[in-house]
Write a protein that binds this ligand. Structure first.
Ligand code: UDP
Length: 380
């Protein structure tokens, strides 16, 4: 395929995370494109970046815990070209109002610790919840959904307070999908996910990205922010920057949530799971002890990271989570941007911020594989 310069088609990819990395690799592997990947940060791997911390010397996830989980075996196969895996079942405990901690998502042990009861089995837990839940045939928001499973008190204690600080919104204003990410349990299973594949890259995500982007047709430029003047030098741009930012907020900014990370070293850590959720009203949502993740190294407590959700304006304009609401105004605004984007034949928006989707890693990979393969076909 010849591009505007009479040579291989030249493609610019904005963002070296999963969304951009997969497209870069696929296009390069087709031998028909010269790919330039830029990232405004000083590293590849996007928000999955997991370097060694200079102070602890151990691995940590710079932008918060990234645990790989999926039911999509072709995606595992695909990524297995770039990494070996280690099995890893993620577990989380929530601090209860009585100061104890118990499994999150709520399970039998959680209710027993919280209420000081002795529900003996799954049936007793179901009977207990039947006594408190507020049935709702078709929940229209996160609050109705959670109250229909757990009742008012548990929904508020375990989800309401966390969600308010995480998103800056009331659960009544939030779509069910956000909280339905957590499985509903009636027995003793204390895993955070239900997926068939729950694994972590054996040498970390950064090593996975180094292999994925290691191709003679891929040129990587770090510390390089996108500017519109670059467009004319390329036949096509795959762009993971916030779509509203690209269009200069033409329809107003899209809402995103951000997170600040507070690192503590040599802090006593008494839990046997790597992540603890704070379901109280203080500013933190989670803390993570990296030594309890496979492949991170170090001693438990050497490096613990606290997460503080915030607006992106308060965090260097770093947008992490697209915010969708029940009344749908952000979704409608995004559609206006998506319409505008259709007029730009030579640009495809990708990833969480480009497509305004709360992607998990495997979904970002799957989506980018489809986009890359369609592009290769359509230009063939
Ligand atoms: N959530 C909550 N309490 C918890 C854990 C999760 O209320 O202890 C809600 C909260 O709204 C959160 C959502 O469930 O944003 C999804 O949680 P998840 O752990 O999947 O969030 P992520 O890891 O993507 O930040």
């Amino acid at each position: 395929m010849r591009g505007i310069y009479g040579e291989l088609m030249r493609v610019l990819i904005v963002g070296a995370g999963f969304a951009g990395g997969v497209i870069a690799r696929e296009l390069a592997a087709s031998n028909r494109f010269r790919v330039t990947v830029i990232d405004k940060r000083d590293h590849i791997a996007g928000n999955a970046y997991d370097p060694l911390h200079p102070q602890s010397g151990s691995r940590y996830h710079k932008y918060g815990p990234h645990i790989f989980h999926t039911n999509n075996s072709p995606i595992v196969d695909y990524l297995s070209r770039f990494t070996d895996w280690v099995p890893y079942q993620h577990k989380v405990r929530a601090i209860l109002p009585n100061g104890l901690s118990a499994p999150m998502p709520i399970n039998r042990a959680t209710l027993n610790s919280h209420y000081g009861v002795e529900l003996a089995d799954e049936q007793e837990m179901k009977d207990f919840l039947d006594g408190v839940r507020k049935p709702c045939a078709s929940p229209g928001n996160a609050l109705e959904y959670l109250q229909s499973i757990y009742g008012e008190e548990l929904a508020e204690l375990f989800f309401g307070r966390y969600t308010r600080k995480m998103w800056g919104l009331e659960m009544a204003d939030m779509p069910v999908a956000v909280v339905a990410r957590l499985p509903v349990r009636y027995g003793d299973d204390d895993g955070y996910f239900d997926d068939q594949f729950q694994i972590m890259p054996a040498q970390g995500y950064l090593a996975l990205f180094e292999r994925m982007l290691d191709h003679p047709a891929i040129d990587i430029r770090l510390d390089t922010a996108f500017s519109r003047s670059m467009e004319s030098q390329f036949d096509h741009v795959f762009n993971s920057m916030p779509i509203d930012e690209y269009f200069d907020n033409a329809f107003g900014p899209l809402p995103y949530r951000s997170i600040k990370f507070e690192h503590r070293f040599d802090e006593p850590y008494k839990y046997d799971v790597p992540t603890v959720n704070f379901t109280d009203t203080e500013k933190y949502t989670r803390k993570t002890a990296w030594a309890l993740y496979p492949g991170c190294g170090g001693e438990v407590g050497d490096h613990v990271t606290y997460e503080i959700p915030c607006s992106y304006e308060d965090n260097n304009m770093e947008r992490y989570y697209p915010i969708k609401t029940v009344d749908g105004w952000p979704q409608r605004r995004y559609k206006q941007y998506a319409e505008l984007a259709k007029e730009r034949q030579n640009m495809t928006f990708i990833g969480r911020c480009g497509q305004y989707v709360y992607y998990d890693m495997h979904q970002a990979v799957a989506n980018s594989l489809v986009i890359a393969r369609k592009f290769i076909e359509s230009t063939g």
